[in-house]
Design a protein around this ligand. Sequence first.
Ligand code: TYD
Length: 418
Amino acid sequence: MVETSQARGNFIHRTCCRICGSTKLDKFLSLGPSPLANNFLRVDQLNKKELHYPLDVYFCNKCHLVQLLDIVPPEVMFKDYAYITSASKPMELHFAGLAKDVVNNFKVSKDSLVVDIGSNDGTLLQYFSKMGLRILGIEPASNIAQIARKRGVTTINKFFSKDCAIKIYKKYGFADIILATNVFAHLDNLENILYGIDYLLSKDGVFVIEVPYLINLLDNIEFDTIYHEHLSYFSIYPLIYLFQKFGMKIVDIKQIPIHGGSIRIFVKRLTKKQSQNVSKFLSTEQNAEIDSLKIYTKFAKKVALVKERLVKLLKTLKNEKIRITGYGATAKGNTLLNYCKIGPDILDYISDTTPYKQGRYTPGMHIPIFPEEKFHREPPNYVLLLAWNYADEILQKEQKYRQKGVKFILPLPVPKIL
Ligand code: TYD
């Protein structure tokens, strides 16, 4: 096992809930200290001190938001970012579907402006552009914003805020569609963001967010999706509370199968219309008792059990001199690897299709990352599926190797050999 030289990074500790301001917060799970999950290291960084931060999860007894309170400055996390949407084909398909869903169900005109907050490499916006709409991306990671611009997507390299919204309005006018996919959970100051949305959204416009759903996280023990970038783990209840403060209302919700189970939420200014889906989601949440701390205490116990079983399985295989690798150098994989202390003594390497990650090492555990060609050239006996959110696609794609005897290990909700 490679010993990591750790240092404590700077962070801010919140003392109240980021949605309702309550101080009645209970810590129910501790996964840290951990390095930042997307901080893949170059070889020359391996011997330097690596910053670690607490990774503790809290439950708000008032509005029920599940959240992290130790906040790593966003400039540290998002300035140079490893996640590129177009590296994952299933995400491209997903975004094509999202664009259709929005345009088919909400009023847009030829000159409607679509603003995407956390627009990454512009993949989602390009689908709206193909439909003839005006597009604008807001992306704080400069390396990713550059990629988007090269693809022809006008991108502002900034964090979205009220000030940013005012500037956009002055230059481009109101937006009929504002999107925030897989970014809303990353934001600490939700009120400032909502002020910005409120300012920029046209009177009849729609704000669309996609976030991983707390119920799926709890049901499938997806504890690895907990890392410093994800500050909130949303259910509907606290979101209603948040939007109400701004005279906005959730008008529809759809369950979507990405990132281990997410929800697509459509928000408009107060209107009488509301799909029955909203009350269905709320009653599911009530039945799951997500308003009670005991559910979270139980969850923490299940997490400890996954760790125990997975480590036992991998160590048993390793003792039999079996070659194991990892599949997909995911951020969530880094929570799993660091929490379970699975290092290069267990996984020879991790294969990944993202050029940025190839040749680098995973944060904390320092497992080398190689292109997937290595996996195909020298297939291991077992492979730990760290990108389990793409399990169907990956198992299909690697069928030939599975037929040759390569066995996939699914870590969650109970470690399982496929
Ligand atoms: P992602 O879904 O973004 O998970 P996280 O948010 O936890 O980082 O990452 C998926 C990773 O898996 C990404 O680095 C690309 C990689 N990948 C492969 O290597 N092969 C594949 O076939 C697929 C679908 C993804």
